[in-house]
Design a protein around this ligand. Structure first.
Ligand SMILES: [Mn+2]
Length: 394
């Protein structure tokens, strides 16, 4: 593929930023606030818009309800308008079905019908918010599961799961998808009600065509072949999108491409293969990262760049040569086609892709001297937030 085609394809890949990645977060061991970090939905949108202004690649920001709420007297239109004024739009709406005290033993799978009704009402609320702000997805992740054998009846939980999610699905506005995320374990440590891609796919098939699987790259067991899952889901028409992040041991929410960039490259190779061989499949590309010790905006800019690097390398794969080697049974020939692409330094191509449309060649260097980002940080140190915020560890 020509470098011009690669530059155009990379510029055409929208990467959604998570509002929660800009706020002060922590682990259960402690939190280390970054002075001037975003405290409310307005400030998160400001910071996301900075990443988009510097990279040109992050036009939407995902919201998490109720970590992101309009201020008293405001409504969701206020938030959507604020985003528009800052050159971005609102992306996936993420319900929170894990933090309320009522969810101690689960949300949509809880044996208590009152708790399930509360969880369903929240799903319906998030579907309505998606309709108001123009979101294309409601992205559902459940903390539901059990910690001990015998704690609950597994098949009953499964029936509750399908029944509850069907009620949320029925509330989706036209054109809005429900993305169903899975996670092997944590916070539940014995069973998880949606523990892998197969469990999510079965639920999606039960719900209907607008339910699709959301692959969070941090939510698998060690050595799981994520690119193989991607190829399968894409082939079944049920790949809804990604929550990109990276990890070494478990769901660490580290910067995507920091620990295993080769895996990210192979995922993009399948996304191009499963589409038209020219561009990655049009699914939702979202980051899901929570930065504890990183500088938050810089971490997002680097994440965007890492995704673009993986994509550009996958675009470099000589697919015609690859097919030839595969059909000829030339194992090493085929493997070397992928290696050649992966070993290519694409940073110059990406810098050219930015410069061509008036963006900084080096967005991180530009960020470090950005006056608007600095002035916003200074303002936050002197003024109270404009809305209530919150989030894990905040
Ligand atoms: Mn996720």
């Amino acid at each position: 593929m020509s470098h011009a085609a690669i530059r155009a394809a990379v510029r055409g890949l929208p990467i959604e930023l998570p509002s929660w990645g800009f706020a002060n977060a922590g682990t259960r061991f402690g939190a280390f606030p970054e002075p001037g970090a975003a405290r409310d939905v307005f400030e998160k949108i400001e910071d996301a818009s900075s990443v988009h202004r510097l990279t040109g690649a992050a036009p939407t920001v995902a919201l998490h309800i109720p970590w992101d709420l309009p201020p008293a007297g405001g409504d969701w239109t206020t938030i959507a308008d604020f985003a528009t004024e800052h050159g971005v739009a609102l992306g996936a709406i993420n319900p929170n079905l894990f933090q309320d005290q009522a969810y101690k033993l689960g949300s949509v799978c809880n044996s208590n019908p009152d708790v399930r009704a509360k969880a369903v009402a929240h799903l319906v609320e998030c579907a309505e918010i998606a309709g108001i702000v123009g979101s294309k997805q409601v992205a559902v992740w459940l903390a539901d599961g059990t910690n001990y054998p015998g704690q609950d009846d597994l098949r009953s939980r499964r029936h509750r799961l399908k029944d509850s999610l069907a009620q949320g699905y029925a509330a989706l506005p036209a054109g809005v998808e429900m993305l169903i995320e899975y996670k092997l374990f944590e916070p539940a440590f014995y069973t998880t009600d949606l523990s892998d891609w197969g469990a999510s796919l079965l639920v999606c098939q039960h719900l209907g065509p607008n339910a699709k699987v959301l692959v969070d790259t941090g939510h698998h067991g060690h050595y799981t072949n994520i690119e193989d899952i991607v190829a399968t889901l894409l082939d079944e028409g049920r790949l809804g999108g990604f929550h990109f992040n990276d990890r070494r041991y478990a769901d660490d929410d580290l910067i995507v491409g920091s620990a295993n960039p080769f895996q990210l490259f192979l995922i993009f190779h399948e996304l191009i293969n499963g589409n038209d061989g020219q561009t990655a499949a049009p699914v939702a590309y979202m980051l899901d990262q929570s930065h504890v010790i990183e500088k938050k905006i810089e971490a997002m800019v680097l994440s965007v760049q890492n995704v673009q690097i993986a994509y550009a390398k996958a675009l470099l794969v000589d697919r015609e040569a690859l097919r030839g080697f595969q059909l000829a049974g030339d194992v090493m020939g085929a493997h070397n086609v992928l290696r050649d692409a992966y070993e290519t330094d694409v940073r110059g191509i990406l810098a050219d892709a930015r410069e061509e449309v008036g963006l900084p060649r080096d967005p991180i260097a530009a960020l470090k001297s950005d006056e608007l980002v600095a002035s916003r940080r200074a303002w936050r140190l002197e003024n109270p937030p404009r809305a209530s915020g919150g989030g894990l560890g905040a």
